[in-house]
Design a protein around this ligand. Structure first.
Ligand code: ATP
Ligand code: MG
Length: 367
């Protein structure tokens, strides 16, 4: 798939900008704080309505303005699409594909897929579980609209249950609704676990050969999915997972009331990563963690290709400068095939530009 054109209005530091990208490797360069990351963030937003660094959509809207627009022209599956996101302060965002309003963010992924790799991802292995869940969620949401919907519902339920647990002592009547929330959370949680387990299984097959190539055959990487302890087989159908999740909730009921926190459910899941059978989080060297983070992202890109039949658009934000020459060469060699947007600080001559070159300067894109 190709992102042919991106148009922004009042998105972050862009008042208005247009960029016409080419197939192949497009290099976006410029000084610090000019809008390079913002441009990639906008492209990624069109594939998932999610941002890797904003918690709320309103952060994407230019300071002092009430709305922002992002528009992308995409060629995918032999057809042309226009995707649009309209953000309004204090209102729900609206998404459109070829002018038709989308019911759910997950539908964007049926047109445009992106894999974003940024310097923060280099710590994916060592960071807390939340980062790895986010990595899984970002990917699965793009591939499976039903997963995106389940995750959104789970988040709503989680917030409501957290409020019940926080306030029940002052307002005991809140506890009347707890069982309903628990049941609904276990039902939706079972769907989430099922999807995550299947995704991790595929990722676990694709990542090790990349890590092995990367390390000259020296490093063996393996992945595992860690979820609620009562789940015996996370790949089982959701209906089989449900009673196991309810059991776990039941045994943690008292602890949840006492701690006033939601302790049971897939919001605590993790992706376990091992290098040579040792937990990478504790034992991997800095070089190994970088290699593993890269391998995971590149494996994800291949998984998307397997799933959709097309390469997702690869967004590389400032990562090349963080890698040594050998890893740089490996990445550059591995990424041919699909469209790539790479940002870098200066005009980096080591990147083979097979597409176009852009300069970003104070919220304008110059080609
Ligand atoms: P670097 O090379 O340092 O990574 P960059 O070109 O990637 O820089 P961006 O992260 O894209 O820079 O940010 C560019 C500018 O956008 C920053 O100065 C930031 O303060 C500004 N900015 C971020 N959010 C908004 C917003 N909502 N409204 C206006 N400006 C914003
Ligand atoms: Mg940046």
């Amino acid at each position: 798939m190709i992102l042919n054109r991106l148009e922004l209005d009042f998105f972050r530091n862009y008042v208005h900008a247009e960029a016409q990208f080419a197939a192949g490797v497009n290099v976006i360069w410029g000084e610090n704080a000019q809008g390079k990351t913002n441009l990639l963030e906008a492209a990624a937003y069109l594939s998932s309505a999610r941002s890797h660094r904003a918690r709320y959509d309103k952060e994407l809207i230019q300071f002092g303005v009430d709305h922002a627009f992002v528009k992308g022209e995409v060629t995918a599956h032999g057809r042309d699409f226009t995707l649009e996101a309209r953000l309004h302060r204090g209102e729900r965002r609206q998404l459109f594909s070829n002018g038709v309003k989308l019911k759910a963010a997950g539908e964007l992924g049926e047109v445009l897929n992106t894999i974003l790799f940024c310097p923060e991802d280099l710590s994916l292995i060592r960071a807390g579980a939340a980062e790895r869940r986010r990595f899984l969620d970002d990917a699965i949401c793009q591939l499976r609209p039903k997963y995106a919907a389940a995750l959104a519902e789970y988040r709503r339920l989680y917030e409501q249950k957290t409020r019940i647990l926080r306030d029940w002592e002052d307002k005991p009547s809140l506890l009347d609704t707890l069982d309903d929330f628990n049941l609904r959370m276990a039902q939706v949680g079972a769907v989430i676990i099922h999807y995550r387990a299947h995704f991790v299984k595929r990722l676990a097959a694709l990542t090790p050969p990349i890590q092995s190539d990367f390390s000259g055959g020296r490093e063996k990487l393996s992945l595992g999915y860690e979820t609620v302890s009562t789940v015996t087989d996370p790949e089982a159908p959701p209906k089989d997972l449900l009673p196991q999740l309810l059991d776990h909730q039941q045994s943690h009921r008292r602890a949840e009331l006492d701690s006033r926190q939601c302790l049971s459910g897939p919001h605590k899941d993790d992706l376990a990563i091992f290098i040579d059978d040792q937990a990478a989080r504790q034992f991997a060297s800095q070089g190994q963690t970088r290699t593993a983070a890269l391998s995971l992202k590149l494996a994800c890109r291949e998984l998307f290709r397997e799933d959709t039949g097309e390469w997702p658009v690869l967004l590389l934000d400032d990562v090349l400068s963080e890698l040594d020459a050998r890893r740089q060469a490996f990445v550059l060699e591995r990424i041919d095939g699909g469209q790539v947007l790479i940002t870098c600080c200066e005009e980096d001559k080591s990147v083979p530009v097979t597409g176009k070159r852009f300069e970003v300067k104070n919220g304008t894109v110059i080609s």
